[in-house]
Design a protein around this ligand. Structure first.
Ligand code: HEC
Length: 198
């Protein structure tokens, strides 16, 4: 016999694999989700806010919802971050210091992410329970308390994506633009011109 034991075994495994591949096993578990069910989970909102739902809100409404549903963990003013509960306010101009305070106001690059995060994950003890209007109002309240928008500003699918966050340019671009004569230093979000050799 010219083939060793191991090559016969390998051939057998390959053949078995081939069979199960061809038959593509059915486990008879679950079912195809309905469009409604997919819609309930399809709630991601990107930086441009194209997926934002109808509705609106403002800080004066948000402050009441905050006191009722958020202060419990985040503190009455939003600055009393305890244990894992994020500090929600402040930190402006601290990012370049040795003790950066990374909050949604000082660190997050897109206002639409606040909407997305609060809608999907907060309140931590009952995520997904807020209406779109409530999330808009809470987002407006958090932006107002971070000094990013004015108190009467109405936040909706049109206005929220236009809110420019202080740290908008503090991140490396997803698709860096490579230009001749520039290089990308490790600690700078923007490419800088290469120094000419003397
Ligand atoms: C039961 C406690 C609890 C309640 C109530 C709660 N949160 Fe939170 N929140 C947390 C925890 C814990 C985290 C950190 C979660 C993580 O990092 O995954 C967090 C994180 C956040 C963040 C992100 C902070 C950051 O910089 O990463 C935001 C914004 C936020 N909460 C907003 C809210 C709002 C608005 C409400 C009210 C609707 C709320 N939370 C209610 C516990 C809570």
């Amino acid at each position: 016999m010219r083939f060793g034991k191991s090559s016969v075994l390998a051939a057998a495994i390959l053949a078995a694999g081939g069979v199960s591949w061809a038959q593509s096993p059915k486990y008879h578990l679950g079912r195809t989700p309905s469009d409604e069910e997919i819609k309930a989970w399809d709630i991601s909102v990107g930086p441009e806010g194209k997926e934002l739902p109808p509705g609106n809100g403002s800080a004066d409404v948000g402050v009441k919802i905050y006191a009722e549903k958020c202060a419990l963990c985040h503190g009455l003013t939003g600055t009393e971050g305890k244990f894992l509960h994020g500090v929600l306010l402040g930190g402006k101009e601290s990012l370049t210091t040795l003790e950066p305070v990374k909050t949604i106001g000082s660190y997050w690059p897109y206002a639409t992410t606040i909407f997305d995060f609060v809608r999907r994950a907060m309140p931590f003890n009952n995520p997904g329970s807020l209406t779109a209007d409530e999330v808009y109002s809470l987002t407006a309240f958090l932006l107002y308390r971070n000094g990013i928008i004015e108190e009467p500003a109405v936040i909706d699918a049109m206005t929220l994506p236009k809110v420019r966050m202080p740290n908008r340019d503090g991140f490396f671009p997803v698709n860096p633009v490579w230009m001749p004569g520039y290089y990308q230093p490790y600690f700078s979000p923007q490419p800088v011109p290469r120094k000419k050799k003397q």
